[in-house]
Design a protein around this ligand. Structure first.
Ligand code: AMP
Ligand code: GLY
Length: 423
């Protein structure tokens, strides 16, 4: 089969490496891919948001199956455009992708169908939002309605910070139109768990759970980033919690989307907080997480393409989705200065990998046979092992062999999970 993956980050590299293991796959194209992905797929210089270009390429090449991985093209309707040409796809259509693209939609969905989440208010008028903040419980959380590269969430410790957040979104338009409406919600506490799932609109199969590390620096200090590392499974996702999530969150969400005439097919991501009152939804994403995919997919024992096709063909209930009984740790190696300004174009050198380790490249380009940095998160090093400690140690042993000017990574990925009592 001729397979095409839309996107060009570490997550897409993990998807491509997963698909490449399938005996059914003959060739994989990445649009646009990156300098590291080029080792595993044919990169085509068409941007992930160029829906016309993506469609024309797919038709011309006779693509059999397309995986649309990032939020932007999903929210723009990339799957709709490809399906209109008869191309089979993995990923939700535009109507279903709104579960991530609009926080107001997702919050209203949860309220209507009784799915546990933080209490909230929606504002499209700045004066009303500011007035509400005079008496709202503090700390509070201010969220831009639309997509904002994962940066549209501000946790405000004081009333003044909350007001400043509202002004930055609604007056200064820091996130453009995404901030024209804001959600102000209750601040929840508890450990966070990411659960990615496969769903075909009928069955829902959770993948192995994972834990992201969003802050730039050790000890969860520093600025929010796209994710500095992950481990799987997540020790806070006990059997008990999993059973409650299935009953109170996962199945009700699938049913709610059907009832709204927006059946969701693809990877539905649940960002959960395990509060004293039980698991609650912090956010939905309409796609694989990045860097969650980099620990979850290496643990998948079933054939990724077969599972994805089962989602497309609505045959998930009859398809085995099996994960290894192992642990994975992904350490992201970033450019010094990320998530703010950083230098690009530094030459990357990698040592020989040891253990069960893979490198997923996120921000690098090939130039004259050399791999050069081109982004903030440059790559992720994932190791799989029978214990979490070993997975962490091996990932760090290999991350230390990767060098480029000003490279940095957190040194405590997985430390919280270890402390939570896992081997
Ligand atoms: P998001 O961009 O929606 O993933 O949010 C970024 C991070 O903000 C989440 O991973 C949480 O750590 C935090 N967060 C979001 N909503 C809440 C909330 N209601 N209470 C506490 N923390 C939150
Ligand atoms: N790692 C969080 C996300 O992909 O949104």
């Amino acid at each position: 089969m001729k397979v095409m993956v839309v996107g060009g980050g570490g997550r897409e590299h993990a998807i491509i490496k997963g698909l490449a293991k399938s005996p059914k796959v003959d060739v994989i194209y990445a649009l646009p891919g990156n300098g590291g992905i080029a080792a595993d797929a044919t990169c085509v210089d068409i941007g992930a948001k160029d829906l016309g270009g993506i469609r024309d390429f797919a038709v011309k090449e006779g693509i059999d199956y397309a995986v649309v991985a990032p939020d932007d093209p999903l929210a723009m309707g990339c799957v709709d455009v490809l399906q209109a040409e008869g191309i089979r796809c993995f990923g939700p259509d535009k109507k279903a992708a709104v579960i991530e693209a609009s926080k107001v939609f997702s919050k209203d969905l949860m309220k209507k169908y009784g799915i546990p989440t933080a209490a909230y208010e929606v504002f499209d008028d700045m004066a009303a939002a500011l007035e509400y903040l005079e008496t709202a419980p503090i700390p509070t959380v201010v969220k831009a309605d639309g997509l904002a590269l994962g940066k549209g969430v501000i946790i405000a410790e004081t009333r003044d910070d909350a007001k400043a957040a509202v002004r930055s979104m609604m007056e200064e338009k820091k996130f453009g139109e995404s901030g024209a409406r804001v959600v102000i919600e209750e601040f929840l506490t508890g450990p966070e768990v990411s659960v990615l799932s496969f769903t075909d609109g009928h069955a829902i199969v959770p993948m192995i759970s994972s834990q992201d590390h969003k802050r730039a620096l050790d000890g969860d200090k520093g600025l929010n980033t796209g994710g500095m590392g992950t481990v799987a499974p997540n020790p806070y996702y006990t059997e008990d919690v999993a059973a409650r999530c299935m009953e109170e969150i996962f199945l009700p969400t699938v049913k709610a989307m059907n009832a709204e005439g927006r059946p969701f097919k693809g990877c539905l991501y649940f960002g959960l907080m395990i509060t004293a009152d039980g698991p609650k939804v912090i956010e939905y994403n309409c796609r694989f997480g990045d860097p969650e995919a980099q620990v979850v997919l290496p643990l998948l024992e079933s054939d990724l393409l077969t599972v994805m096709e089962a989602v497309t063909d609505e045959k998930l209930a009859e398809t085995e989705v099996k994960f290894a009984d192992d642990f994975a740790c992904c350490v992201v190696v970033a450019s010094g200065g990320y998530p703010q300004s950083y230098k690009k174009g530094c030459e990357i050198s990698m040592g020989e990998l040891t253990g069960n380790t893979e490198v997923f490249v996120a921000g690098a380009k090939l130039e004259g046979g050399k791999l050069l940095t081109s982004g903030g998160r440059v790559l992720g090093v994932t190791s799989v092992a029978p214990t979490l400690q070993e997975a962490i140690d091996t990932a760090y042993e290999n991350a230390a062999k990767i060098t480029f000017e000003n490279a940095y990574y957190r040194t405590d990925i997985g430390a919280k999970a270890l402390k939570a009592g896992q081997k």
